[in-house]
Design a binder for this molecule. Sequence first.
Ligand code: FES
Length: 326
Amino acid sequence: MRFIETWTPATLIATRDLTSSIREFLIRPESFDGAAYPVGSHIDVAVTVDGRPETRSYSLIGEADRAGYRIAVRRAEDSRGGSHYMWSLAPGARLTITLPSSLLPIDWARRHYCLIAGGIGITPLIGAAQALARRKAEFTLHYAVRSREDAVYLDVLGTLLNERLVVHAGDEGRRLDLDSLFASLPPDAMPLFCGPMRMLDAARRAWTGAGRALSDLRYETFGSSGLLPTEDFRVRLADRGIELEIPRDRSMLDALNAAGYEVISDCRRGECGVCAVDLVHIDGEVDHRDVFFSENQKRANEKICACVSRARGTITVDMLHRPDAV
Ligand code: FES
């Protein structure tokens, strides 16, 4: 598969608060030449959560910058600990990061595009907007936020896009209506979406409801965004009589592996399905946070992606049945 990671040492050059809860980080790897990277690229950053090494993925902001890689991190109270680690860093901190890679394949042959961002999901779309503007493509960027004060990079985007930037601020009564937006798009339009899981589900429903092919909707989401609050839950291993507590700041994948029950993984972002294990019983509720399974598969609750998905209560999984058939 594609997820070959090359880790490299880097330095945190500078930070900048964009809002009271979103901070920009400028990170420069040791050997850095400012080379261009694909639209929608992200880097992984090695973080420490409760003394444990973990990794977090962050989208790169904008096209290549000779100063280094820019990411933005929202300090989330219900996060799994990565954002708190990032916010604890001061300029000069040493980091280990991966080189940029993109999971957002874009068909550049289209004439019309539609960019849709929800909250911090704006980050990968800034580079997309720059690339599309350079190509003189026809597109509008719809940016949904609770309040305009939560919006970031409005100065950059406003200068670049003018009236092609539409901010949908909930507290101004200007909610994003995906049904009418998609209905208004030309037939060849390709939407690029990045936002929380609940918004992605709505976008998928609206897109297919408009009679469009789901394969045309390009999207990213964040592994930390689910439909339920992030909380501790329990995993019972069928046939082994073992039950594990999954703390709120740890993934099920990491907890199982740390306890010696190996689950293979690849992307660790809910995208490849390699870590999927069979669900055999649910005493509570499952919060599927992956973008690998379809809505129908999620409703069927037969498998769960251990890297990002969570639950409320206790779930029983069977790890003997590997997901070769997913
Ligand atoms: S490792 Fe790719 S979906 Fe979990």
